[in-house]
Write a protein that binds this ligand. Structure first.
Ligand SMILES: CC(C)[C@H](C(=O)O)[C@@H](O)C(=O)O
Ligand code: SF4
Length: 415
């Protein structure tokens, strides 16, 4: 048998036969998930098809995040409709408005190396951080998977990224994601799956990996997986108390290409308006006035993000408005226990938990016309965070925090 990449290994297992890039396959799915905004459509499709029964209630995960807490009557109504479905199907893995963002729930509690995970949301790629083949799909495809436990896929072309060295000061996952977006541009990885190999496993922790995988969809990749290693085991053990079995590519497996990033040479990067691949080194944008900063989302709402923000904000006051939202109840609690929330509140930030809210211009801090926003989230398209006349700059937590303190885009390397 020829040596296999991680993509081929996972999809061969899911298809029950040997598969290669380009094959159209039927694959068994390990987890199917949806949230409030798309869940409504998923259930609607099931109703129309008169196939309301889920294939396995233990393999469905549902979290309310986009409309949490409901900003209007329609949102409350949608959530009521989904709660009814949850009850009628007896789905145990359900997270109401008091928990957090679906992708964070999945990596904290469910996703395992080697699985196939589907969800009705494009940022499902996040679960690739633990080495799952995780892909977002539309409501009809998700409805089909919820009913049958299967899906169809084209096996993507695997591309290898190698991370070398230890991250330079203030460098995190966002800088790696933006580096790939800046160097390759947003549509380059179409039809490919990216497999990231971290040379020094513990130098690039799971929080950072989740940010990179999360932005895999911004690169148009079918999946962005970190090759499971010691850090994968450490994270799952810490979160769930068990050590997962890991699956890795064979030596000499064939990739379409490979690309190495030197973590110690990376500089803090920012995606300037209005595209995720309009990437600049932070000092090219230095001094740009900032009206609002958002630290959070399924891209950068984890403990290390708030640790960095708290380090930078300690004993200072923000000059820009700043909204901070840990991605889950667990992240909120941990940030609270470690004193990060206290620091952020003392600095003048608004803090809450468990919502997509500002990330997609939904609620809880919509950008007004003419405003400049620095955000740790995933997208900066025109109108993404509110007004079409707002400008969104995407960055990691260090640039966001220091820019909030200074009221203008600032290079964190000054501290
Ligand atoms: C609303 C939802 C379908 C969407 C997605 O799929 O990504 C959202 O989460 C986003 O980040 O734009
Ligand atoms: S936090 Fe943002 S990117 Fe993530 S699922 Fe919610 S809206 Fe999408």
């Amino acid at each position: 048998m020829s040596p296999k990449t991680l993509t081929e290994k996972i999809l061969s297992r899911a298809a029950g036969k040997d598969v290669s890039p380009g094959d159209v396959i039927e694959a068994k799915v390990d987890i199917v998930a949806f949230h409030d905004l798309t869940g409504y459509h998923v259930i609607e499709v099931m109703e129309k098809a008169e196939m309301l029964k889920v294939f396995d209630k233990n393999k469905i995960v549902i979290a309310f995040d986009h409309l949490a807490p409901p900003p209007d009557v329609r949102s409350a109504e949608i959530q009521g409709y989904i709660r009814k479905f949850v009850r009628s199907q007896g789905i145990p893995n359900f997270y109401d408005i008091n928990y957090g963002i679906l992708h964070e729930v999945l990596i904290e509690q469910y996703a395992n190396p080697g699985q196939v995970i589907l969800a009705a949301d494009s940022h499902t790629t996040t679960s690739g951080a633990v080495g799952a083949f995780a892909q977002g799909m539309g409501a009809s495809d998700i409805a089909a998977a919820v009913i049958t436990g299967k899906t169809w896929l084209v096996v993507p072309q695997p591309f290898k990224v190698i991370l070398e060295g230890k991250p330079a000061k203030w460098i995190t996952g966002k800088d790696v994601a933006l580096k790939l977006l800046g160097d390759f541009k947003a549509d380059y990885f179409n039809g490919m799956s990216i497999e990231v190999f971290v040379k020094d496993s513990l130098s690039f922790p799971m929080d950072y990996r989740a940010t990179v995988s999360n932005m895999g969809i911004e690169m148009n990749a079918d999946a962005l997986m970190f090759i499971p290693d010691q850090e994968t085991k450490r994270y799952i053990k810490e979160m769930r108390g068990y050590e997962p079995e890991i699956i890795t590519p064979d030596n000499n497996a064939k990739y379409v290409d490979e690309y190495t990033i030197q973590l110690d040479k990376l500089e803090p990067l920012v995606a300037a308006p209005h595209s995720v691949d309009n990437v600049k080194v932070v000092n090219e944008l230095e001094g740009t006035p900032v009206d609002q900063v958002y630290i959070g989302s399924c891209t950068n709402g984890r403990l290390s993000d708030f640790e960095i923000a708290a380090k930078i904000m300690k004993g200072k006051r923000v000059k820009s408005r700043c909204i901070a939202i840990p991605a889950s109840y667990k992240m909120f609690k941990e940030a609270l226990e470690k004193g990060y929330i206290q620091t952020l509140v003392d600095a003048g930030c608004i803090v809450t938990y468990g919502t997509c809210g500002p990330c997609l211009g939904g609620h809880f801090g919509i950008a007004g016309p003419g405003e400049n926003i620095v955000s740790t989230s995933s997208r900066n398209f025109k109108g993404r965070m509110g007004s079409n006349d707002a400008k969104v700059y995407l960055s990691g937590p260090a640039v966001a925090a220091i820019s909030a303190i200074e009221g203008k885009i600032t290079d964190p390397r000054v501290i």
